[in-house]
Design a protein around this ligand. Structure first.
Ligand code: BDR
Ligand code: CA
Length: 317
């Protein structure tokens, strides 16, 4: 029986956890990846775009990679070399890109995919939400073509870049605000769930032992990503971005709540915070499926299963 495929756009700033999210997405027969779009965040736009093209080569993804916005809509760019290194994806050697960069911008590419698709398209946005915000501003007529925006960003309880704000949302709060006020369904994998999506060294040794080129690369991404996280006291790697992929296909292993959410744009201490109306105090209708928990062991098992699918893969390094 053939699986009905769901058209998706992968938008991100790879980044180790973006890269692992894309490995998951590429392994899943439920997804039809229509395009990859990049956004400045973990590193500069040029660096994350080069990384995206190398990841596409590793995964043999025959899709266009389109470069998005180099700076947030209204803020100065913040980058995260402490987690992801100078290249934005330090660690294992990767194949060189197989295809040239798209001649379209990320926003043009997203618009084209939405216009041409007969079905609604899912956008998985695992970096600052800049491209999606710009798309919503410039192409409001395409909103109804978006099935859901599945984001890694924000959280209800706490931040990781400031006490209140998570990195992706802090980088571009206005873009996040545009999403929550667009009327398009948003699924939020914030820190509530992603800081429970911990992958321990013994878990990624299971991946390394698979001994295929993608699995080995994933294990080495973990080796690098864990360096700074361990300095911060984490006992494993918090695998943020893959939650935005897996929660679409396996919602049964996640705890998902309907909340009204907005983004703080101005607070002295709280700019970039995603504020969820957990008790329904505002009377506003829920505009967000907030993912707040998961079954960690099943999450890890799905990740290992995904990496195992690259058995016999050939990569030219
Ligand atoms: C988010 O910030 C980035 O460093 C990661 O790729 C993830 O998207 C976590 O706060
Ligand atoms: Ca990311």
């Amino acid at each position: 029986m053939s699986i009905k495929k769901r058209p998706v756009i992968l938008d991100g700033d790879p980044g180790h956890d973006d890269a692992i999210a894309w490995v998951l997405a590429a392994s899943m027969p439920e997804f039809d990846i229509k395009a990859i779009t990049t956004v400045a965040g973990n590193q500069t736009l040029a660096k994350v775009t080069y990384n995206a093209r190398r990841i596409a080569a590793l995964l043999h993804l025959d899709v266009e990679v389109a470069k998005g916005r180099a700076v947030p809509l209204m803020s100065d760019l913040i980058i995260a070399p402490n987690f992801h290194g100078e290249s934005g994806l330090d660690g294992p050697k990767l194949p060189e890109p197989e295809h040239p960069e798209s001649s379209l911008s990320a926003i043009e590419m997203m618009a084209k995919v939405l216009q041409e698709s007969e079905e609604k398209v899912t956008i998985i946005a695992t970096g600052p939400q800049t491209n999606v915000g710009a798309l919503l501003l410039t192409h409001p007529e395409l909103k109804e073509k978006i099935e859901v925006i599945s984001t890694m960003g924000g959280g209800i309880r706490n931040g990781n870049w400031t006490p209140a704000a998570e990195f992706n949302i802090l980088v571009d709060p206005e873009a996040s605000y545009l999403e929550y006020h667009s009327g398009v369904p948003v699924q939020m994998c914030g820190l509530d769930v992603t800081e429970q999506a911990i992958v321990y060294p013994e878990d990624w040794e299971r991946i390394r032992a698979l001994n295929n080129p993608v699995a080995k690369t994933v294990a080495e991404w973990f080796d690098f990503f864990f360096i700074h996280l361990s300095e911060l006291g984490w006992k494993g790697a918090t695998l943020h971005d893959p939650c935005a992929v897996l929660s679409l296909i396996h919602p049964e292993i996640f705890d998902i709540r309907d909340y009204y959410v907005t983004t703080e744009l101005s607070g002295l201490y709280t700019r970039g915070e995603t504020v969820a109306d957990v008790y329904g105090i505002t009377g506003n209708k829920p505009n967000c499926k907030a993912v707040v928990g998961l079954d960690r062991q099943k999450f890890v098992d799905y990740l290992v299963e995904a990496c195992a699918k690259f058995e016999g893969w050939e990569v030219n390094l």
